[in-house]
Write a protein that binds this ligand. Structure first.
Ligand code: THG
Length: 368
């Protein structure tokens, strides 16, 4: 099957699109109405390269929502069950964002730039409008807008070597989910040790699109002997590593507890946020279903496009939301939402795939 995406202004290019095209991108997906590369060589070869060398990823689709003004921190805390009162100045936060029913609106990474300024690095949903509405409704003194900031990720076992060549040895001192402002030419960027893979690496928040291609080119020049390549979030690697995908593994229908994000929620829920009552009720009543790693038996399956229903006998007990063949673990690896009573490790279920019924086993943990 061959499909093409017709590109227009509505489907935005990024500051790095010229580099991505020159590198021979083979497929795009759409994320926040923007182009996200999906394949360069083949998914399997991209995967092997990511786990062995270093890749530069155009993840400009991780758009920023900036909160800027005296009420920025107050607004940020209204958005999420995560307790932000203990934040360190250089910390990045993975934050569930909930609606009034406790449903997941987004699962971004948030950075506090100052007492009055935040960036929220969003997943694929229109969080800007929700936040603008909340700020207006609550009469807060804060500007909410999308700044010209585009993340570029450097991921893989050789990422630190490459980054040190460009930004100096100091990048090695950046801790996991911490950031520093690092000089680059006559400008500087926020550089964080984060990214949507388990192979280690950094994200550079490129301020001003004009700096995009000079930075891209500098990374490829500095990393020529490291076999640096253009890459992108890899479906196989992210399922093995249990990195959740908003819109795939969870939607507005799911709460953070169902998504296994309880550890990113305040323990005492002693701050007020949208959805607090609903989530407290859920804690009291018990969680109805939860995300689990699942192995699917048999021959290699093509990546899941739509949810695959899970069964015990004839009884529906959930669905697999992401699945693909793992070359390293020689099984189909999957992420699914499984009903209470059926999610214990070792539980045997069946899953209806496009290739027929297969045995599915709940795993104790992801394939890290
Ligand atoms: N980086 C940045 N923005 C993003 C993403 C990113 N926006 C969209 C999307 N990815 C948001 N989703 C995730 C999902 C998982 C993680 C980050 C963003 C992640 N999670 C780790 C985990 O779950 O173990 C670590 C979380 C922690 O310890 O705080 O990395 O990738 N800028």
């Amino acid at each position: 099957m061959n499909h093409y995406i017709a590109i227009s202004r509505r489907l935005r290019q990024t500051p790095f699109t010229a580099g991505v095209e020159a590198a021979g991108v083979k497929a795009y997906t759409v994320y926040n109405r923007m182009l996200l590369p999906a394949v360069f060589d083949t998914m399997e070869e991209d995967y092997r390269h990511l786990k062995t060398h270093v890749q530069v990823w155009d993840v400009a689709v991780e758009r920023q929502v900036e909160l800027n003004g005296p009420d920025a921190t107050r607004l940020m805390q209204m958005l999420t069950p995560r307790d932000l009162s203990q934040i360190k100045a250089d910390q990045c936060f993975y934050v569930p964002i909930t609606d009034e029913n406790g449903g997941m609106l987004n699962d971004p990474v948030a950075l506090q730039l100052s007492d009055t300024r935040w960036w929220i690095s969003i997943a694929d949903s229109d969080l800007l409008f929700w936040i603008k509405g909340l700020a207006q409704g609550a009469g807060l003194d804060v500007a909410v807008f999308e700044p010209d900031v585009s993340p570029l990720a450097v991921q893989g076992p050789k990422a630190e070597t490459l980054m040190a060549r460009l930004f100096g040895e100091e990048v090695r001192k950046i801790g996991f989910f911490r950031y520093r402002r690092m000089a680059f030419g006559d400008t500087s960027f926020i550089v964080a040790r984060s990214g949507y893979s388990r192979q280690g690496g950094f994200e550079i928040y490129v301020e001003d699109s004009a700096h995009g291609m000079p930075l891209w080119d500098a990374l490829f020049e500095a990393g020529a002997d490291l076999d640096v390549r253009a890459g992108c979030p890899n479906l196989i690697e992210r399922i093995e590593g249990g990195l959740l995908s908003y819109g795939n593994d969870m939607t507005l229908e799911n709460t953070p507890l169902e998504c296994g994000l309880g550890k990113f929620m305040g323990k005492n829920a002693d701050h007020d946020f949208v959805g607090r009552t609903a989530l407290e009720t859920e804690k009291t009543n018990g969680i109805a279903r939860q995300i689990r790693p699942i192995a699917v038996s048999g021959a290699a399956l093509a990546p899941a496009r739509a949810p695959w229903p899970l069964f015990v006998g004839e009884q529906p007990v959930g669905q697999i939301t992401s699945a693909v063949w793992s070359p390293d673990f020689q099984t189909n690896v999957a992420i699914g939402m499984v009903d209470a009573g059926h999610w214990d490790a070792g539980t045997q279920l069946h899953v209806k795939t496009p290739d027929g019924l297969r045995a599915a086993t709940i795993q104790a943990q992801f394939w890290l």
